[in-house]
Design a binder for this molecule. Structure first.
Ligand code: AGP
Length: 606
């Protein structure tokens, strides 16, 4: 997620902007920049890399001075990390910083080129800046109102107009932005940490409200220019809590960010109700030719690949082999130039996955990566890249990255199935629409945290526990088991429910916790039988299932029920209680949830 700051007041703004951006570094970024009103002109300084690189550049080129400016730390989505793609973007008359994704920037860019505009960057943001210039006829609020009626997507923007050298303008929709109310001036910021040093008082901007900041105050109006009276909020967090958005841990914050992360990832990949991955370079013609797919990854990313296997084979009827990268790279896999090898990686830097990618390329396969970090090694080396837009994932235990990796697997499965003629356009649109319902469904089930907290309290003294399921539930149980192990240090094992009776059920003793995932309607009765098997041997069963058939569920000791969706979509919902149960077990055990022992966020060595 990008970071935005802005200031207009009595003091020089450059150090304030840099300090504010430094408090947003936790959001992750790959470039930074500022725009300052200096002697009636907009002066821009921006650089790829860290804030220190920007400050070094200003030391070399001269530091701007002024009391009104905007700043930005960029988490690349459109366009690689580079000086030219860094924000701010604009021209002599207008400059903007932006957080979000403009879905219709391509058509706007074509229109502006027809109007004689030229573009220097690959970003969607530059398009918005030039559209503002196009509509500007002397009134900044009018120009902003025109632009937000035309653009689609998510945005939080800080804007400078040369003709109004002491004002900062701001507007947002779906991306966060607050207005800080200080004694010596006023601020805009993506998040509270950036302003805490100067003020605890702030406005929350509602979608498409336009704010005009000056040294003496802040005016807010709606898109029709009607004045809006704002309530003052007071931040009572310390800085550490503020960086976590008020959540106790980054992991909990990231679990709660999943609805937004999924929306931001899938929205640009759906066009007229159909999956649209062409922007990644994967065309329907290419998809039609593959008869075998490998999915290669590590840890949670590999678990996302497992869900992808079940979904792609069920919907598209294409054989999928899922491999752990550290095994794939040494087992001399049989790959031809007719195969598609998909690498999934949040960091894009995992050594084993990168090595697997290189091996697949050596063998002539087409390589497609699903990566969260723009411009990372795996992304750069792949033939085709589908970026997830989860924003930086700070907690070592992957949560929102897993959710968005799944969402890309679903889109790929639907597009592949349609390209292969395995499903009709109507069915493809129906499945795509079902996927688009997931973020709201996840939002609804985030309230399950108290239930999961109670269940976690029953796990903290366990020696070991089992996660069981069948089909997609079994694939998901692997992720649930890993989450619990890696942050609570309690041993657990994921097991195919139907396989228990072939040996592992001998482990089940009185009070052994078993987490049974039973969301697949076609396998529900069979999973129920397996639950009864372990119950009969003394296990304490938590059952994660869909609403309805309450009497069948009396067999479990604890229940987590989920809203009904298409069977194939249920892992997208069942992942939430998996994550919550692991999180609260670790918290109750007093573990270091965000930085578990022995683990690194990205394993860049073998
Ligand atoms: C997930 O909770 C783990 N932290 C770990 O398994 C991780 O998924 C794995 O190391 C792969 O990392 P990547 O997605 O960055 O490649």
């Amino acid at each position: 997620m990008c970071g935005i700051v802005g200031y207009t007041g009595k003091n020089d703004c450059v150090d304030l902007l840099i300090d504010g951006l430094s408090k947003l570094e936790y959001r992750g970024y790959d470039s930074a920049g500022i725009a300052v009103m200096c002697d009636g002109q907009i002066e821009v300084k921006k650089s790829k890399g860290r804030l220190a690189d920007l400050e070094k550049k200003m030391g070399e080129e001269g530091k701007p001075h002024g009391t009104c400016g905007i700043g930005h730390t960029r988490w690349a989505t459109h366009g690689e990390p580079s000086d030219i793609n860094s924000h701010p973007h604009g021209n002599k008359r207008v400059s903007i910083v932006h957080n979000g994704i403009i879905e219709n920037y391509r058509e706007i860019k074509e229109f502006l080129i027809d109007q004689g505009y030229s573009f220097v960057s690959e970003t969607d943001t530059e398009t918005v800046a030039k559209l503002l210039d196009y509509y500007y006829e002397g009134n900044p609020v009018d120009a902003i109102a025109h632009v937000i009626k035309e653009i689609r997507g998510s945005y939080a923007m800080g804007i400078l107009f040369r003709d109004f050298p002491d004002k900062v303008y701001a507007v947002r929709k779906d991306s966060p932005l607050i207005i800080g109310l200080g004694e010596d001036g006023n601020f805009i910021a993506s998040d509270v940490p950036a302003i805490l040093k100067y003020t605890r008082n702030y406005y929350l901007l509602e979608p498409n409200e336009i704010a005009t900041l000056s040294v003496n105050g802040v005016d807010v109006c709606d898109i029709h220019k009607n004045p809006v009276k704002k309530e003052v909020n007071v931040a009572d967090w310390d800085l550490d809590a503020a960086e976590k958005g008020g959540y106790e841990h980054f992991m909990l914050k990231e679990i709660n960010e999943q609805p937004t992360a999924i929306r931001t990832t899938i929205a640009p990949r759906i066009s007229e109700g159909m999956p649209y991955l062409e922007e990644s370079g994967m065309t329907k013609e290419m998809l039609r030719d593959y008869n075998r797919i490998y999915i290669v990854a590590c840890g949670t990313a590999m678990h996302a690949g497992l869900i992808g296997k079940y979904v792609i084979e069920r919907i598209a009827g294409i054989e999928v082999t899922v491999d752990i990268a550290s095994e794939f790279r040494y087992r001399n896999p049989i790959i031809t130039d007719k195969d598609l090898v998909i690498l999934i990686s949040q960091s894009g830097e995992t050594a084993d996955t990168l090595a697997a990618l290189k091996l697949a390329k050596e063998k002539g396969a087409t390589t497609m990566s699903v990566v969260n970090v723009k411009g990372s090694s795996i992304a750069r080396e792949s033939d085709v890249v589908v970026y997830t837009h989860a924003g930086p994932e700070i907690s070592v235990a992957s949560t929102k990255a897993y959710a968005v990796q799944l969402s890309v697997m679903y889109l790929l499965a639907f597009e592949l199935a349609y390209a292969k003629g395995a499903i009709s356009k109507e069915k493809c649109m129906e499945l795509t629409a079902e996927l688009q319902k997931v973020p709201d469904k996840i939002q609804d089930i985030l309230v399950l945290k108290e239930r999961c907290q109670f269940i976690a309290s029953r796990l903290i003294n366990a020696e070991s526990l089992l996660y069981i399921g069948r089909g997609l539930d079994y694939a998901l149980s692997m992720e649930g088991s890993l989450k619990l192990k890696e942050i609570s240090y309690i041993h657990s094992e994921s097991y195919a429910a139907g396989e228990l009776k072939h040996g592992t059920i001998s482990l089940v003793t009185d009070d052994m916790p078993v987490i049974a995932i039973a969301t697949q309607s076609d396998l529900f009765e069979k999973t129920l039988s397996n639950i009864k098997e372990v119950k009969a041997r003394g296990a304490k069963v938590t059952m994660i299932c869909r609403e309805g058939t309450e009497d069948d569920k009396a067999v479990a000791n604890h229940l987590v029920t989920l809203p009904n969706m298409d069977d194939i979509m249920m892992p997208m919902l069942a992942l939430v209680p998996m994550q919550y149960i692991a999180y609260y077990t670790a918290v109750l055990k007093g573990c270091d949830v965000d930085k578990p022992r022995n683990l690194a966020k990205s394993v860049t060595v073998e």
